[in-house]
Every structure is written in structure tokens, then in C-alpha cells.
Design a protein around this ligand. Sequence first.
Ligand SMILES: Cc1ncc(COP(=O)(O)O)c(C=O)c1O
Length: 396
Amino acid sequence: MVSERVNRIGISPTMKVAAEAKKMQSEGVNVIDLSVGEPDFPTPLNIKLAAIKAIEENKTYYTVNAGTPELRKAILKKLKKDNGLEYNLNEVIVSNGAKQSIFNTIHSLIYNNDEVIIPAPYWVSYPEMVTLAHGTSVIIQTKEENGFKLTPEELGKAITGNTKALILCNPSNPTGSAYTKDELLSLAEIIKDKNIFVIADEIYEKLVYDDFQFVSFASLSDEIKSKTVLINGVSKSYSMTGWRIGYTAGPENVVQGINKIQSHSTSNASTISQYAALEALEGPQDVLEEMRKEFETRRNYMYDEIISIEGITCYKPVGAFYLFPNISAYFGKSTDVLRVENSFDLAMYLLYDAKIAVVPGSAFGSEGFIRISYATSLELIKEAIVRIKHALAKLK
Ligand SMILES: Cc1ncc(COP(=O)(O)O)c(C=O)c1O
């Protein structure tokens, strides 16, 4: 029998839709997968070559648990240059993807019903990680009309004597919204006198559009920096999802807590991947801009098409690579064979009728929406839009 702890969590719902889509694809069905959470570009060549060189030079042994000093120094340089943040080597740790960085951070901070405030829609893993750490998630439903951003009033109301942390995903998966500096400052104002950490998941930092200026939460002030655990990585910005390199920067005691947890679980992140990540951070950066621009073109196209569909409203995202349209106008509508009652029904209808995979909003804690990824070619996006429009028009 598995433990009660495992019984309390479920398998990632985004993976359920993707698995069904993959099954259909393997049966020869032409499914366009818009449920994906990773860039479709290959990892840039200079990064791949750095990994090959590492293998050839026998850099294939364990490294220090926290990551090679070279990579950690490169991360410190990046944080200084891009975010104006100064950390020392003991305040940064490299993990197996940002997912492990977040998991370890939560385990380093949370225990025994500590409350963690999570704005919804949220990245699917946050509440499950909190549950695994015996913490309690306090979910705040953000509003579409506020661009799905947490307001200071909403934050203030959710804080209790047991609140230990707030998780702020900026830019956000699944909505693509991002906070301006003023908005971050107003949230910082609420927590500045409180004993609360902010876990700032900034993995989509580099993917912002319309000249949006990304601001790292920790950079707001020294006081806020001392309360912030910053999460970032190379997966999304450098198209390196499979390499599994993420990192955490924050107060030394929290980072050293993470170090302990990691030393008894996975030890260091893959040595070869660390050399690849070093090249990503230290090598030429122009490829970042090329990928960002391509995402912006796709976002513009997909957004214009989606809002032209009757009944759909959609916040115009400024970051990440997802749209999060409100599709609730379709609830209660049917075809001859089915009736759509919720976002899961609509996602399944689109999968079976239009052969398009999207993720139901319920997976992110927000019913009434679906998440559509534009991390796929413009050509496929165009075909997908035709199919989505056709399928939705059949619902009466
Ligand atoms: C918001 C968010 N945080 C963290 C991660 C994890 O990133 P990584 O692939 O580096 O583990 C993802 C990946 O989907 C994400 O969307």
C-alpha cells in the first residue's frame, strides 16, 4: 500500500491531457498538441557543443552538491546584470530543473500546516508540493478583469498568523500575465512587516512582449530581498527543458536548507547539463531574442484569432507562451452526442472532435477557462485555429 501522503496528491493533470493526445497520435490520429509547456526550438548549437566538450573532457563526475562554482558564479553574474541583485556563492544552489528548485524550497520552508498563499490560476505543481510538505495551500482566485494578478487587498485578507509563504509566478503559467514594478511594490508593502517569504518563480522572465519591463521581486529593496526566494533556470529561456537545470537564490539559511535536502535526494544536477547551462549563461545571447520575437509573432496571431471567436474573452498575455481564454459561454451547449458542462468537457471535446489538445482551466484551479500553448510552429497554430473555430461553431 502506498503512503497516505502519496494518496493525498494526484498525477499532474496537464500530463493527463498530453498522455491522451500522445496515445491518439500513436494510433495515427493527426492531433495538434497545444497543451505543451516547452519551447519547440532546438537547444542552441553552442550550448549543445559545450555539453559534448564536457563529455570529451571527462567532466562526468559528481560536482559539489550545490553546483559547480563556475556555474554558480555565472548565475551570480546574471542576477547582477539582469536583475541588479547581489548574492554570494552560498546563497545560490543549482538543482535538477526549476521544478526541483521549487520542491526543495517548499520543503526547506514549509511544515506542519504552515500556510502557503497561492494565487489561482496556478502552476499545477505548487499546491501538490505544499501538500507533500504537510503544509496548507490557501488559494486566492484572481480575476480575469485584473489580468489574473493578485491585488494587495486580496493578499492582505489571506494572511493569517500561520502564513509562511506566498508563491508568486511572474510571468505566469498559465495566464501569461506579468506584474509591473508598481504592482509588485504594492504587494511588497503588504508583506514587508510580516514574517512571510515570497517564493518568486521567475522561470519565464525572458519571455515578455510589447516592451514589457520584467522586474525581479527580490530587487524591490534589501528588506524584500531578505524575504524572497528567487527561482529561475534555463529551461524556458534557452529551450533546454530536457537538460534539467534550475536554480534558487535567497537567504543563506533557506538555500543551505535546500542544500541539505538535495544532498540526501538527488545530489548535484547532471554535471554535463551544468556545463551546458554555463555556456547558455556566458555564451552569446542573441538567440534568446530570436526565440522571444518568434513567440511574440505567434502570440499576436493566436490572440487576434481567439478573441474573434464568438463568446470568448481573453486577457492579452504579456509573458510566457500561453493564452488563457474564458470559454464559459460554451457551458450548457451541446452537439448531438455530448453536452459541455465544464472546461474538462470542452478540452475533451476539442481533443476528440477537432484533434486539438489544450488543458482545462480546472487543472490550474480556475474553472471556465482553457490554456492554449503557442509553443508550436505558426503553421500548426494556423491549422489549429481553423479546427477550433469549426468545432466550437458546432456547439449549440
Ligand atoms: C511556472 C513554472 N515553474 C517551473 C517550471 C519548471 O521548470 P523546469 O523545467 O526547469 O523544471 C515550469 C515548467 O513547466 C513552470 O511552468
